[in-house]
Design a protein around this ligand. Structure first.
Ligand code: PHE
Length: 339
């Protein structure tokens, strides 16, 4: 091999190495194809070496020619392979970016709901509103006077013992308490507006009680108060019966049983009879005692009225088949979302 051939071969070798390095370094299809003219085109340094073949001795030309062709073929093969590799990578990237999982079900946003007691309370309100009543509210922390005194329970009256009162450490001893029933709202309504009155007052009440399946120290009642011209016990019985069929349904009926409350005279308990004949004790009621009317500023010669009150929690238990009152308070979503 002459020295010219050797020089040509050495140059071809280093240009090939340069070209292969450039191919390997091309980061994407665009960069690689842009480099093609320089790597393999007519004007590329490697192709340019051909022009020097003519200057070689005739017997050297085939050897040198084959060496150049081999170098170009190596570069071209590597170029094609790299091009395919970069194209495949780009396809993969595009597919990944455009990927749509058609089996994916988006989670619906969680939607809250009203507590089953609130639902029950609202249904009761709706029923009474349809009967012409309006809704009133009173405080859960009450004065002893509104909860007991104004309702004909003088201090030391034995009827106070029926209520396991929770007193609040505020003011003189035993002057402030958590209301034991919704009846103090009767007092507040009569003091704040003149008759005629057709009002229901739902809300929380408190009694000292150990929690079990059917007792909770916090519970709910709904109070009813009607004051109008010539209201009698008959109106009370009619109102209870109208409510019973409106709320429970056509197959239900009600009855009053004599009872005692200091703030009504006469007083009664009322029960609801289910279509299967069984009775459910619902609450207390009666004709508003004249001295309660007077203490609240209502002329008992001119007006008369009735009141009733019953527990909501056991009503909800019955209606929804709830076995344990405590479940209403533990806030387990799996329990609450059934209603
Ligand atoms: N407040 C009484 C109770 O909780 C129920 C009642 C209300 C009785 C209204 C008569 C009139 O026991």
């Amino acid at each position: 091999m002459t020295s010219e051939v050797a020089a040509l071969a050495a140059e071809a070798h280093s240009l090939t190495a340069e070209a292969l390095a450039a191919i390997a370094a091309a980061a994407d299809v665009g960069a690689l194809t842009a480099a093609r003219p320089y790597l393999l085109g007519r004007g590329s340094p490697l192709t340019g070496l051909r022009r020097r073949l003519g200057a070689l001795a005739p017997e050297d030309r085939p050897v040198a020619g084959r060496a150049l062709s081999g170098a170009l073929a190596t570069v071209e093969t590597r170029y094609d392979a790299r091009l395919e590799e970069l194209r495949a990578a780009e396809r993969r990237r595009r597919l990944e970016a455009e990927r749509l999982d058609l089996t994916e079900l988006p989670e619906p946003p969680p939607v809250g709901r009203l507590h089953v007691i609130t639902q029950t309370l609202q249904r009761l309100e709706d029923t009474f509103c349809a009967m012409g009543y309006t809704v009133a509210e009173g405080p859960e922390i009450e004065t002893e006077w509104h909860n007991f005194g104004a309702l004909n329970f003088p201090p030391g009256h034995p009827a106070r013992d029926m209520y396991d009162t929770l007193y609040v450490d505020h003011g003189p001893p035993a002057s402030t308490l958590l209301r034991t029933h919704t009846s103090p709202v009767q007092v507040r309504v009569m003091q704040s507006r003149p008759p005629p009155l057709y009002v229901v007052a739902p809300g929380r009440c408190y009694r000292q009680d150990t929690a079990d399946a059917t007792h909770m120290p916090v519970f709910h009642q709904i109070e009813g108060l009607v004051i109008d011209d010539g209201i009698t016990l008959g109106d009370l019985a009619g109102a209870i019966e109208t409510f019973t069929t409106a709320y429970f349904g056509a197959g239900f009926t009600s009855r009053l049983r004599p009872s005692y409350f200091p703030f009504t005279e006469p007083s009664a308990e009322f029960d609801v009879q289910r279509p299967d004949g069984t009775w459910l004790e619902l609450g207390g009621c009666g004709v508003v005692h004249p001295s309660v009317l007077e203490v609240c500023g209502v002329d008992s010669e001119r007006w008369s009225g009735f009141a009733f009150g019953f527990g909501i929690d056991r009503l909800a238990m019955l209606r929804y088949g709830i076995g344990d009152l405590r479940d209403l308070w533990t806030n387990d979503v799996r329990f609450l979302e059934q209603f």
